[in-house]
Design a protein around this ligand. Structure first.
Ligand SMILES: Cc1ncc(COP(=O)(O)O)c(C=O)c1O
Length: 407
């Protein structure tokens, strides 16, 4: 048996994907020009698939902070937080994030993936129950593989399904830890958080929420869905990432739990990896200041969401269930999605293609993510281009048929 034989299904799917001539999973940004533009395949391309929600990757103040930090403290820490990798700036960043949420404690990780992986797998141990939404991110599923707890899945965004699972556990001993996401990364839909929190309270379950896609985007101060739903105090652990709205890399977890710091010597994805370099810590600290100081970026982001979502909907595309900074466009099957994605790239627009097994319920999607600094003209143009390709691929009815249908 060959080493990769067990991946035979995936190998075949990957071969199919590459028949289009481009490999969507190895696209090279030859030069990134701004938060919304890059050179790809030699041409200037509009970026609508980068999770750069506030466009802060090119914010001059964040860039300057990073450059200054390199000059002051070098390029890397070369060690983990429990060895030589804990600098004053890491501690300052943790304090600032904790303050941002009004929580007592914060731990910063080298990626959001590692934050979820380590925290979730550590919080729920032997004899406990880890309850996760069926559409959870891969980092949450991977934490399930690492934990000693019993893993229980409930239906996506369905508090009734969660309640049924908790009820079924009865009075079995062990903690219940429920993991939710603020905005789901494929379809851009939000959790009905208040209802989930009510169920968790009723059954004495802990709540951990991953605000990876909702930091900045939701809540009066950009604290995420917890803030928007008015349940900041009821969420025991909030996890997030620096790789999206904050335009850098890294992850965090905040909590009021008095023993939270024990995670610093139990979470392996924190202990056994190098800490964030000074430049990243500095740019993230500045990005957080920008999020607080410029709420208009949130307004611009949601205006752009409305332009793209409503524009595509009006043309007849099938989209995710609600407005969100991620707009998932449903396509009938994997090969149509790949072909559509390639046609978009040829027309100068980059989005993500998401196909099974990486998608919920085996759907094939074009995954678009919006940026506060996209212009209305760019998004109107995108709707026009997608509509043309949609007709060409038979995903949308032909223009004449549509007109005839309207008569
Ligand atoms: C919901 C969710 N959680 C966690 C992560 C991991 O974040 P990071 O890029 O910081 O590893 C992602 C990234 O795609 C995500 O979508």
């Amino acid at each position: 048996m060959g080493l990769f034989d067990r991946h035979a299904g995936l190998l075949e799917a990957y071969r199919d994907v590459r028949t289009t001539g481009y490999d969507p999973f190895q696209i090279r940004m030859e030069r990134v020009l701004s938060p919304t533009k890059a050179i790809i395949n030699g041409r200037e391309t509009l970026l609508v698939g980068t999770n750069n929600y506030f466009g802060l990757t090119f914010d001059p103040s964040c860039m300057e902070a990073a450059i200054e930090a390199i000059r002051a403290e070098g390029t890397g820490t070369t060690g983990s937080r429990i060895a030589n990798g804990s600098y004053s700036e890491h501690v300052a960043l943790e304090k600032e994030i904790a303050e941002f949420y009004g929580k007592k404690h914060c731990m910063v990780f080298t990626t959001g993936y590692q934050a979820n992986l380590g925290v979730i797998a550590t919080l729920a141990g032997q004899g406990d129950f880890l309850l996760i939404d069926a559409d959870s991110h891969a980092s949450i599923y991977d934490a399930c593989k690492m934990t000693q707890a019993e893993v229980v899945r409930f239906k996506h965004n369905d508090p009734t399904s969660l309640e049924a699972r908790l009820r079924r556990l009865g009075d079995k001993p062990g903690n219940r830890v429920v993991v939710l996401e603020g905005i789901y990364s494929m379809l851009g839909d939000s959790a009905p958080l208040r209802e989930f929190v009510d169920v968790c309270k009723k059954y004495g379950a802990y709540v951990l929420i991953d605000e990876a896609h909702s930091l900045g985007a939701l809540g009066e101060h950009g604290r995420g869905l917890c803030e928007k739903a008015g349940v900041l105090d009821d969420c025991h652990f909030i996890v997030g990432t620096f790789s999206k709205t904050l335009g850098a890399i890294g992850g965090y977890c905040v909590s009021d739990d008095p023993d939270f710091d024990i995670l610093r010597v139990t979470v392996r994805s924190y202990m056994f990896t190098a800490s964030l370099p000074p430049s990243i810590v500095a740019s993230v600290r500045q990005a957080l200041r920008v999020v607080k100081a410029r709420p208009e970026l949130r307004t611009q982001l949601w205006d752009n969401v409305a332009t793209l979502y409503d524009g595509l909907k009006a043309q007849g595309f099938t989209l995710g269930p609600e407005h969100g900074p991620v707009v998932g466009v449903h396509l009938p099957d994997r090969m149509t999605a790949i072909g559509f994605w390639r046609a978009m790239l040829d027309a100068g627009i980059y989005v993500n293609v998401a196909v099974p097994p990486a998608t919920p319920n085996g759907v094939s999607l074009l995954r678009c993510s919006l940026c506060a600094v996209h212009t209305k003209e760019q998004l109107d143009h995108m709707v026009e281009v997608m509509t043309g390709i949609g007709r060409q691929f038979g995903v949308l009815p032909d223009k004449q048929l549509r007109a005839a249908g309207a008569r």
